[in-house]
Design a protein around this ligand. Structure first.
Ligand code: ADP
Ligand code: MG
Length: 440
C-alpha cells in the first residue's frame, strides 16, 4: 500500500502523538526530530538523530510505538528505528560504535549546583582532554545523584569531539561477567584486547568489585595498561575508594592517584531546576508552584524527582485535567503512601506461589516445565518492578540464576503483557495483592 508523502507525514505525526500519550514516562521532546524513512503499511522505519536515540527507543519505546502504529493504522505494523535523516539518501549521522549512550545524559541536560559542581567540572575537563588532566577520575555518591548521567555525558562529549575515539563504557557488573565468560570460553586475549587498547575506559559502580578477587586482579592489570599509555580511566562508585569493602590496597591506592570527586544530594534550588529541566526534556510545561512542590516532597534521590514528575503527568493524561498544584498533590500523596509500604521479594514469592499453586522450592529448582517457568518469570518481573533489588539479587532469590536469565524473563513478561490483555490483568491483580500483603 503506497501512500502519498503528505499522508505518511500526517499518519506518522499521529503515531508519535499517541506513543507520547501512552507512555509519558518515556516521551521526549526530541521525538519531534524523528522522521519516517519508509512506510508501506506493514512496516515502518523511523529515522533518528543518532545512535543514542535509536538505543533509547529500542530499549524503552518499541512496544509503545508498535501499539500506537497499530491503533492509528488499524493493522499490524512492525516498527524499526535506525539512524538517519528525513532527506532521501541522507547519510547516517553516526557510525555504529557499539557504545550505548542514553540520549538524555548529556552535559546540556545536567543541572549544576553546589552539590555536584566539582564532579561536573572535572568531567568537563576530562572530556576536553582525555588522559591529560585527571587520571583516573573517580566519582562517588549515593544512588540517584547523577553519577551514571555524568559518565555518559563525558562519552557523548568525547565522541562529539573525536568520532574515532575508542571508548568502552560499561557497568562493573558487566565487566565482571564478561571477564568470567572470557575465562570460561578461553577468549581471554580478545577480552584483554577489548579493554586494554581503548582511549577511554569508563566503568560504572565499581563497588561491585568487592570480594571478587580475580576480577580485581584483572581490573588492576587493565588499569595499569591504560594508565601507562596515557589513556583515560573514569570510574564511579557509591563510596570513596578506601571505603569499598575488601578492595585490594594496591587498587585503592591507584584509584586515588587522580581526582576523587564527591556528589552530594542536591539543594532545594537545584532540585527545582532539575524538575524544570526534566519537564522541558519531555516537552511538558510546568508551573513554578508545581516544580517547588515536587522539590519539597522528594529530597534525597533525583531519580525519584523524575518519578514524581511522571506520576503527576500520567494522572493528568488519564484524567484529562490540567497540571495544577492540587492535581500534583493528589498524584503524589498516593505515591508517597505506596512508597511507605516496602515490598520484599518474599512478599512477591508468597503471592505468586499461592496464585499458581506451586511451591517455592519449585521456583528455585532447575525445572523448566511451563507450569514452573511462567510463575518463576512472573516473580522476576514483579521483583524488578516493585523492589530495588538488582537483577543478580533477584536471581539469587530464585535458585541462583544469573542476571541475564532474570533480564530475559523480565523482557519476556513485559512483551507478553503488551501483547496479551490477560497477562496484563494478571500482573495488575498480583501487584495489588502484593501491595496489600506487605506491611505499612
Ligand atoms: P546514579 O548513577 O548516581 O545512581 P543517575 O546518573 O542514574 O544516578 O541519575 C538518576 C537520574 O537523575 C537520571 O535520570 C539523571 O538524568 C538524573 N540526574 C541526576 N543528577 C542530575 C542533574 N544534576 N541534572 C539533571 N538530571 C540529573
Ligand atoms: Mg548509576
Amino acid at each position: 500500500m503506497a501512500l502519498p508523502g503528505q499522508d505518511v507525514e500526517h499518519i506518522f505525526a499521529e503515531i508519535v502523538e499517541r506513543a507520547r500519550a501512552m507512555d509519558p514516562a518515556n516521551a521526549r521532546k526530541w521525538f519531534d526530530q524523528l522522521a519516517v524513512l519508509h512506510f508501506d503499511g506493514g512496516s515502518i522505519r523511523i529515522g533518528c538523530p543518532d545512535e543514542a536515540n535509536v538505543h533509547f527507543l529500542d530499549q524503552n519505546s518499541r512496544s509503545t510505538f508498535t501499539r500506537a502504529a497499530q491503533q492509528v493504522t488499524g493493522h499490524l505494523v512492525t516498527v524499526e528505528f535506525i539512524v538517519g535523516g528525513a532527506e532521501p539518501g541522507a547519510a547516517p549521522h553516526d557510525i555504529e560504535s557499539g557504545l550505548s549512550l542514553h540520549p538524555d545524559y548529556t552535559f546540556e541536560n545536567f543541572v549544576v549546583g553546589p552539590s555536584n559542581r566539582l564532579a561536573h567540572a572535572s568531567c568537563v575537563a576530562v572530556s576536553q582532554s582525555p588522559g591529560q588532566t585527571y587520571n583516573p577520575l573517580f566519582l562517588y555518591g549515593s544512588a540517584g545523584l547523577g553519577k551514571t548521567h555524568l559518565l555518559h555525558a563525558v562519552c557523548h562529549d568525547v565522541r562529539r569531539r573525536n568520532r574515532g575515539a575508542a571508548i568502552q563504557l560499561l557497568s562493573c557488573e558487566d565487566f565482571v561477567n564478561r571477564f568470567i565468560r572470557a575465562i570460561e570460553q578461553g577468549t581471554i586475549s580478545s577480552f584483554h584486547n577489548q579493554f586494554r587498547t581503548v582511549d577511554a575506559l569508563v566503568i560504572d559502580d565499581v563497588q561491585f568489585l568487592r570480594e571478587r578477587e580475580q576480577s580485581q586482579e584483572e581490573f588492576f592489570h587493565t588499569f595499569n595498561a591504560l594508565y601507562n599509555n596515557g589513556k583515560q580511566i573514569i570510574l564511579s562508585a557509591d563510596s570513596p575508594p578506601a571505603e569499598i569493602p575488601s578492595l585490594e590496597a594496591r587498587l585503592t591506592s591507584r584509584l586515588n592517584w587522580g581526582l576523587v570527586a564527591r556528589i552530594d544530594p542536591p539543594s532545594y534550588e537545584t532540585r527545582i531546576a532539575i524538575v524544570q529541566n526534566k519537564a522541558h526534556l519531555r516537552g511538558l510545561s510546568i508551573s513554578d508552584d508545581v516544580a517547588e512542590y515536587i522539590a519539597r516532597q522528594v529530597q534525597a534521590n533525583i531519580r525519584e524527582l523524575e518519578g514524581a514528575l511522571t506520576t503527576i503527568y500520567a494522572l493528568a493524561t488519564t484524567t484529562g485535567e490540567p497540571v495544577t498544584l492540587e492535581l500534583a498533590q493528589r498524584a503524589l500523596e498516593g505515591q508517597i503512601r505506596l512508597a511507605a509500604r516496602r515490598v520484599t521479594i518474599t512478599d512477591i514469592i508468597d503471592v505468586v506461589t499461592r496464585h499458581f499453586d506451586v511451591r517455592i522450592t519449585d521456583l528455585q529448582s532447575k525445572r523448566r516445565s511451563q507450569s514452573v517457568t511462567m510463575p518463576r518469570q512472573v516473580c522476576m518481573y514483579l521483583a524488578r518492578q516493585m523492589t530495588r533489588h538488582s537483577l543478580e539479587e533477584i536471581g539469587g532469590h530464585l535458585g541462583g540464576r544469573d542476571h541475564t536469565t532474570v533480564m530475559h524473563a523480565c523482557n519476556k513478561i513485559a512483551e507478553e503483557k503488551d501483547a496479551d490483555p490477560k497477562m496484563q490483568a494478571l500482573l495488575t491483580e498480583l501487584s495489588k495483592q502484593i501491595t496489600l500483603s506487605s506491611p505499612m
